[in-house]
Design a protein around this ligand. Structure first.
Ligand code: ADP
Ligand code: MG
Length: 559
C-alpha cells in the first residue's frame, strides 16, 4: 500500500509562498539556481556520508545533476543522485520552515514588492521558489541506502496542501518535476536552461548534464555537461571573473544581492588551505539571534564536510560568508574535534587577519561600500575589541563614529579622520556616551569642547560604553570620556584657564562646602570646573566608576 495522505503546509509556508510568488516575479529565473543548489548540497551530503559507508553509493559513485525538459508537456525536471530523502524528511523539509526567526521575518514583510523581495532574498527562498514559475511541483525521492520501496512521491499545487505517498524508486536521490505555468513556457527550452546554468551554476562542484541540442539525423541525443563543474575556489584567481565570484557567493550564501567584496587565497607551507571569504551587502534578518547559523562552509581536500563551521572565525566577524578547504584536517573531523584543534586555531587567526585586511582595503578604496558595510554590520564589529585583544588596534581603525565635527547622527568618522583634525597640543581622543545621539549632543560636558573647537566622538549605541571599556588607546593616543574624572585638555588648556580655575575654587570655597554638605551622601566631591560655558553645573563620573549606560545595563540584568 502506498499510504497516500494529504497534508497542509505549515501556516508560515503558506504565507511565504504567497508573498514570494508576488514579490519575486521579476527575479523568477532564480528558481533554477535554488534547485541546482539543493541538488549540489545533496551530492555533497552523500559524498560526506559515504566516507564512512561507501555502500551508500549503491555501486554508482559518479555524482551529477541532470536537467531535462519537455516542451509539449511544459515541464522542467531536475534530477540528482545525492543523499535523497525519507518520507519523514520530505514532510519536514518540504512542508514546513524550520528556520528560527521565521515569524519575525514574516511580520516584517509589508506587501511592498521591492522591499519584500530584498527581505525574502535575505531570508533565503530555497525550494519553494519553484512555485514562482510552476503551478504544480512533484518530487520523487529515495534516501541513499534505503530499499527501493521506500521511495516517496510528493505532489503540490502550492495552494496550501501537498500529498505524499510511497512509491518504488530504483535510483537514489531526488527528482523534481516542475509543471510550468502556461505563461512560463520560456523555461522549457534548452538554450534558456543552458544559459541559466552557465550564469548561476557554472562553478558548483558537480557536472550539470543536459541532452545535446544538435543531433545527427536518426541518432539519439547525447548527454553533455553544461557547466564547468570545478569548484570555484580551486581555480587560480586570474582565471575567475568578478561575475563568477558573485554568482558563487549567491550559491553559498543563499543571497540575492552581490557581495560587497571578497578575498580569495591559497596558502601553502606550514598550513595548506584555500579560503574564499565574502562580505555580504546586507545583514541577514536574524543576525542578532544567537542560534542563527554562522561560519564558513568547510571542505577537506575538496570534500564537503559541513556548513556553518563557526570555529574558523571569531564571533565578531560572523557576518563573513565563504568557503575554507583544508588539506591538513582529516576527512573524519567533527565539530568536537574542530573545537580544540591547533591547526584550526592557526587557520582562525590567519582568517581573522584576512577579514580585517579585507575591511581595511574596502574602507580605503571604496568609502561608500565601506559605509554600507558599517551601517549593516558595525554593531557586530563593535564586539571586536572585547573579544579579540590582539587585533584591537586594527579593529579600532575600522570603527566609525558620529562626532561633533558633523553634528549628525550618521556614524562615518574614523579614528584616523579624528587624529587628522586634532588640535595643536591635544593628546587625547575625546568621546561622550549617552542613551541617544540627541542626549549626547546636548550634554553640558561638550560646552568647553565647542568653545575650544575640539572634536568629540559621540557614542550612543547600547554596546558603546562596554566597548570603550576595552579600548584604551589608538595610535598611542588615549581615549578620554569627557564626562569622567578630572578633565585634562592637555596643552589645549592654557595657563590662563588653569589660573582661572584655581582662583575660582579659592573664591567659592564656602559655596562648594555648602553644596557638598547639602548633597552629602549623593556625590563624592563638588568642584569648580572650566568644562562649562553656559550650564551652571553638571554631573561627572569618577575615573573608575561604572558609567551611566553600563549601570542601566547591569540594572536591567538584575545586578
Ligand atoms: P535550504 O537549502 O536553505 O536548507 P531549501 O528550501 O532549499 O532550504 O530546502 C529545504 C530542505 O529540503 C533542504 O535543507 C534539504 O534538507 C531538503 N532538500 C531540498 N532539495 C533536496 C534535494 N534535491 N535532495 C535532498 N534534500 C533536499
Ligand atoms: Mg536550498
Amino acid at each position: 500500500e502506498s499510504q497516500k495522505e494529504t497534508l497542509g503546509f505549515q501556516t508560515e509556508v503558506k504565507q511565504l509562498l504567497h508573498l514570494m510568488i508576488h514579490s519575486l516575479y521579476s527575479n523568477k529565473e532564480i528558481f533554477l539556481r535554488e534547485l541546482i543548489s539543493n541538488a549540489s548540497d545533496a551530492e555533497d551530503k552523500l559524498r560526506f556520508a559515504a566516507l564512512k559507508d561507501d555502500s551508500l553509493y549503491e555501486g554508482s559513485p559518479d555524482l551529477n545533476i541532470r536537467i531535462d525538459f519537455d516542451e509539449d508537456a511544459n515541464t522542467v525536471t531536475i534530477t540528482d543522485n545525492g543523499i535523497g530523502m525519507t518520507r519523514d524528511d520530505v514532510i519536514a523539509n518540504l512542508g514546513t520552515i524550520a528556520k528560527s526567526g521565521t515569524a519575525e521575518f514574516l511580520q516584517q514583510l509589508s506587501g511592498d514588492e521591492k522591499k519584500d523581495s530584498k527581505l525574502i532574498g535575505q531570508f533565503g527562498v530555497g525550494f519553494y521558489s519553484a512555485f514562482i514559475v510552476a503551478d504544480r511541483v512533484e518530487v520523487f525521492t529515495r534516501r541513499a541506502g534505503a530499499p527501493a520501496e521506500e521511495g516517496v512521491h510528493w505532489d503540490s499545487k502550492g495552494d496550501g496542501e501537498f500529498s505524499i505517498e510511497s512509491v518504488n524508486r530504483d535510483v537514489r536521490g531526488t527528482q523534481i518535476v516542475l509543471h510550468l505555468k502556461a505563461d512560463e513556457k520560456e523555461f522549457a527550452n534548452g538554450w534558456r536552461l543552458r544559459s541559466l546554468v552557465k550564469k548561476y551554476s557554472d562553478h558548483i562542484s558537480f557536472p550539470v548534464i543536459m541532452k545535446a541540442e544538435q543531433t545527427e539525423e536518426g541518432e539519439e541525443a547525447k548527454d553533455e555537461t553544461v557547466n564547468d563543474a570545478t569548484a570555484l575556489w580551486t581555480l587560480p584567481r586570474t582565471e575567475i571573473k568578478d561575475d563568477e565570484y558573485k554568482e558563487f557567493y549567491k550559491h553559498i550564501a543563499h543571497d540575492f544581492e552581490d557581495p560587497l567584496t571578497w578575498s580569495h587565497n591559497k596558502v601553502e607551507g606550514k598550513l595548506d588551505y584555500t579560503s574564499l571569504l565574502y562580505l555580504p551587502a546586507r545583514a541577514p534578518f536574524d543576525m542578532y539571534n544567537r542560534e542563527a547559523p554562522r561560519g564558513l562552509k568547510l571542505y577537506v581536500q575538496r570534500v564537503f564536510i559541513m556548513d556553518d563551521a563557526e570555529q574558523f572565525l571569531p564571533l565578531y566577524l560572523r557576518f563573513t560568508k565563504g568557503v575554507i578547504d583544508s588539506n591538513d584536517l582529516s576527512l573524519n573531523v567533527s565539530r568536537e574535534i574542530l573545537q580544540n584543534d591547533s591547526t584550526v586555531e592557526s587557520i582562525k587567526s590567519a582568517l581573522t587577519k584576512r577579514v580585517l585586511d579585507m575591511l581595511g582595503k574596502l574602507a580605503k578604496k571604496d568609502v561608500d561600500s565601506y559605509q554600507k558595510f558599517w551601517d549593516e554590520f558595525g554593531q557586530v564589529l563593535k564586539e571586536g575589541p572585547a573579544e579579540d585583544f590582539s587585533n584591537r588596534e586594527k579593529i579600532a581603525g575600522l570603527l566609525r563614529f558620529a562626532s561633533t565635527n558633523t553634528g549628525e547622527a550618521a556614524q562615518n568618522v574614523s579614528l584616523d579622520d579624528y587624529l587628522g583634525r586634532m588640535k595643536e597640543g591635544q593628546n587625547k581622543i575625546y568621546y561622550i556616551t549617552a542613551d541617544s545621539h540627541v542626549a549626547a549632543k546636548s550634554s553640558p560636558h561638550l560646552e568647553v569642547f565647542r568653545k575650544k573647537g575640539i572634536e568629540v566622538l559621540i557614542l550612543s549605541d547600547r554596546i558603546d560604553e562596554w566597548m570603550m571599556g576595552y579600548l584604551n588607546e589608538y595610535d598611542g593616543k588615549q581615549f578620554q570620556d569627557v564626562a569622567r574624572g578630572e578633565l585634562d585638555l592637555g596643552e589645549a588648556e592654557t595657563e590662563e584657564d588653569k589660573k582661572q580655575q584655581e582662583e575660582a575654587t579659592e573664591a567659592h570655597k564656602d559655596l562648594l562646602e555648602r553644596i557638598q554638605k547639602a548633597l552629602a551622601e549623593r556625590v563624592q566631591e563638588v568642584r569648580v570646573t572650566n568644562r562649562l560655558t553656559d550650564s551652571p553645573a553638571c554631573l561627572v563620573v569618577g575615573d573608575h566608576d561604572m558609567g551611566a549606560q553600563m549601570k542601566k545595563i547591569m540594572e536591567a540584568a538584575g545586578q
